[in-house]
Design a binder for this molecule. Structure first.
Ligand code: PEP
Length: 251
């Protein structure tokens, strides 16, 4: 049985004051004991959040990291060892905003994925198709290709200590959520792709759905056989809404 994970991606939002309020709001949530919960604040706020959530069963992650493992002369970047030092346990890798707006290639995504694991952290690999790709019936090919880039470079075993997040680009921040059936189809295809190489890794792999998840839509999505929780953007900035989404993933 896979343990669900609900993760909040706070993106490039917040000030120290608003983050303090959000921490307090998250602290007040009753979180289900059978669900892992994580939040991904901006890099500037990671330490504040780690300290603020001390004692609460919420992991903290980073939204990105340097592809280079070693610390060094790389202005503006954050090394995985710095994220460990700051108290992170997970790192988002390949979010569509980084792939499409910031031009991050599969090759860079793979290097970041490997760097995260080299530091003993858990990568959350984001994959997903654009609206045009879905309309051209390319969804499974695009998502399968993004996943294959990691598997081909690092081996299927690399997915033992990783999470995959299926996030259709057309559903991110748009208010359009994939139907549970649309999401399940892709989640099942991801698991089948991994199962062809290693059935054990496939059955243990947590695959999250992301894309305008709200408390109202969460339970139905999380009820699908291959959906193991969610990666939540906008709704995670409201602690009560996020708490309700976490509870929807519990039994
Ligand atoms: C995201 O960016 O990871 C995301 C899922 O955003 P939203 O929930 O706002 O669509």
């Amino acid at each position: 049985m896979r343990r669900p994970l609900v993760a909040g991606n706070w993106k490039m939002h917040g000030t120290r004051a608003s983050v303090a309020e959000l921490i307090e709001g998250v602290r007040q949530q009753v979180l289900p004991a059978d669900v892992d919960v994580a939040v991904f604040p901006s890099s500037l706020h990671i330490v504040q959040v780690v300290e603020g959530l001390n004692g609460k069963a919420v992991k903290v992650g980073a939204q990105d990291c340097a592809a280079q493992v070693e610390q060094g002369a790389l202005t503006g970047e954050l090394a995985v060892s710095q994220l460990v030092d700051g108290g992170c346990e997970l790192v988002l890798v390949g979010h569509s905003e980084r792939r499409l707006i910031l031009g991050e290639s599969d090759e860079v995504v793979v290097r970041k994925f490997a760097a995260v694991q080299a530091a003993g952290l858990t990568p959350v690999l984001c994959v997903g198709e654009t609206r045009e790709q879905r309309e051209a019936n390319k969804t499974l090919g695009v998502v399968g290709g993004q996943l294959a880039a990691v598997i081909d470079a690092l081996g299927v075993e690399a997915l033992k200590n990783a999470v995959v997040a299926y996030e259709p680009v057309w559903a991110i921040g748009t208010g359009l959520t994939a139907t549970p059936e649309q999401a399940q189809e892709v989640h099942a295809a991801i698991r089948a792709q991994v199962a062809q190489l290693d059935a054990g890794v496939a059955s243990g792999l947590r695959i999250l759905y992301g894309g305008s998840v709200k408390a109202a839509s969460a339970a139905e999505l999380f009820g699908m056989r291959d959906i193991d929780g969610g990666l939540v953007g906008g709704a995670s900035l409201n602690a009560d809404e996020f708490g309700a989404i976490c509870r929807a993933a519990g039994n």
